[in-house]
Design a binder for this molecule. Sequence first.
Ligand code: F6P
Length: 371
Amino acid sequence: MAKKKIAVLTGGGDAPGLNAVIYTLTKTCILKYGYELIGYKMGYRGLYLNDFMPLTLESVTGILHKGGSILFSSNKDNLFDYKVIENGVAVRKDVSSVAVENLKKEGVDALVVLGGDGTLTSARDFSRLGINVIGVPKTIDNDLMATDRTFGFDTAVNIVTEALGRLHTTAESHHRVIVVEVMGRNAGWIALYGGLAGSADIILLPEIPYTLDNVVQKIKERDSRGKLFTIIVVSEGAREVGGQQTVNKIVEDSPDPVRLGGIAHKISYELEQRIGEEHEIRPVVLGHTQRGGETSPYDRILSARYGSYAAHLIHEEKFGNMVRIKGGEIGYVPLEEVIGSQKLVDPEGEIVNVCRDLGVSFGDRPVTRKK
Ligand code: F6P
């Protein structure tokens, strides 16, 4: 009997842990099940162009800890709405049939897709076309409803926490207010977890609109106690009460074209108008450092669990599903159920309340202290 052939691709923005999934999936598929593997390069673009590389024990050796993706990634290539040039003119077309043909031509039995909401939407659509698909949830934003954890999130939180530690000492030396912008799109998980772990004084989230008055009140409340510096963590998707999110750019051919960014500079400018006499204000944008470098031990382990379980699902022919963690248990959920529902921070949730107990301001109300 011919060996089963498994294809893998990584789509969307990269996240630490992609390589750990590729590593574990490849090793489990080869060593336990005797499958053959290929990896399509640059996400769905590689599937369209039939651009792939063999995944072998040799090609994945030493990648468990490394951020990024050895298969590269693209967050622009939705093959169901793909930009092609026809007669010198750019037009958008459904080219999914080309991908299906390529998979048939290469004799691929199953396709494993590592991605967030946009990438997994296409995975579901390929599954509807009859391709044997397994999804693996990735995103530093941790905003997929169907799983408790996506890999990449823990690493991003570690990076934010480390940065806040460094920013504390310099803010304190100069009596400055430092406004630290972190990623997360419309979900405030990175700001909330990073802010709590890194002892932020003010945390601004997309889920809890703030007022500048309340931000200033907290800074002054700290001043009154002789705490002459303040660390503000602001999620890129945060907004004022009645205001809009701050958009950095629109990436036209991306499934989720809006790129947020710029709010740290906006808030810094506004604070300067209000309290510039008392404090110097500095914006810091952590940006893509949150996705780079080494993968945290937690994310390595989570990714290893996902990679190994994906291999078992292939063996059991449980296609059309995404691996996931619920209540600490590894399992799976139909791809049909994972798309389009964002997991957001509950403004009344436990972690928000822990922060409030510590006197952290979310900018939505004045912060008072009992003596
Ligand atoms: O979804 C992951 C993420 O890093 C978001 O937190 C951020 O808003 C976005 O991707 C940035 O996208 P890009 O890498 O295209 O700038």
